[in-house]
Design a protein around this ligand. Structure first.
Ligand SMILES: N[C@@H](CCC(=O)N[C@@H](CS)C(=O)NCC(=O)O)C(=O)O
Length: 223
């Protein structure tokens, strides 16, 4: 039995959900409240998700790091993990993710905390932690035009790289990394995805049988 401990909003957790969906690996989904420190610390010693608990060499083990988790389950190398061994490719995708994560997270964090994933305590915990780095969420929400401009500049350079997948005719680990970082934008009110990007994300959603919101309603959130 494999259990995935995750946060619905977390792009690194979304990576694992997408990949396990693509690989048709079944697992038990456990969404943890963001303020639960005890469970992740008890499993891996670090307050960081995703965590997978699974049978490795006949023993139940817990591990984190999204890319290591995906590699463990991708026995046939469907996602072409060797791409990330090329220094240029790795730097290129990590630079792109950094450029996306800055504006995306500034835009969506003030909205994520009002999704069903959060309750009063986990919302306060998340907000206090993130505001230390980013400043008050109220200010972030007011500055959204600035972040949208910043994001659109990055997205403009992306269209000719999706062929139809990221620099590839086939879906690879790079698409899992890119799509999961963009997915949070679906929670931002009125964000207009350029059609090419919406089509790209939706094709990944279909291939990965991915449903961002399913865990809001699946009973694992303690209701
Ligand atoms: N390198 C890790 C990054 C995971 C990560 O940053 N997770 C964040 C959520 S997006 C986390 O658990 N943060 C906990 C906290 O800051 O309290 C991976 O790829 O799995």
């Amino acid at each position: 039995m494999t259990t995935l401990f995750h946060y619905v909003h977390c792009p690194f957790c979304v990576r694992v959900r997408m990949a396990l969906g693509l690989l048709k690996t079944s697992y038990k989904s456990v969404v943890l409240p963001y303020n639960d420190e005890e469970t992740p610390l008890g499993l891996t010693g670090v307050k960081m998700l995703p965590i997978v608990e699974t049978n490795i060499d006949g023993e139940s083990k817990a591990m984190n790091e999204s890319l290591d988790i995906i590699k463990l389950f991708d026995k046939d190398n469907t996602l072409k993990h060797e791409l990330l061994e090329d220094e240029k490719v790795r730097k290129n995708i990590n630079d792109l993710l950094d450029a996306i994560a800055g504006p995306v997270h500034n835009l969506v964090m003030p909205y994520w905390i009002y999704t069903k994933e959060f309750n009063e305590e986990s919302r306060a915990y998340f907000q206090a932690k993130k505001e230390k780095k980013r400043g008050p969420f109220n200010d972030l929400a007011k500055r959204s035009p600035e972040f949208l401009d910043e994001l659109n500049k990055v997205l403009n350079g992306l269209e000719n790289k999706l062929q139809p997948f990221y620099n590839s005719s086939e879906l690879t680990i790079l698409d899992i990394m890119l799509a999961s970082h963009l997915w949070g934008l679906y929670v931002y009110p009125e964000f207009q995805f350029p059609p090419y990007l919406h089509n790209y994300l939706q094709s990944i959603k279909r291939k990965c049988a991915f449903d961002y919101h399913q865990d809001f309603w699946s009973g694992y959130l303690g209701d």
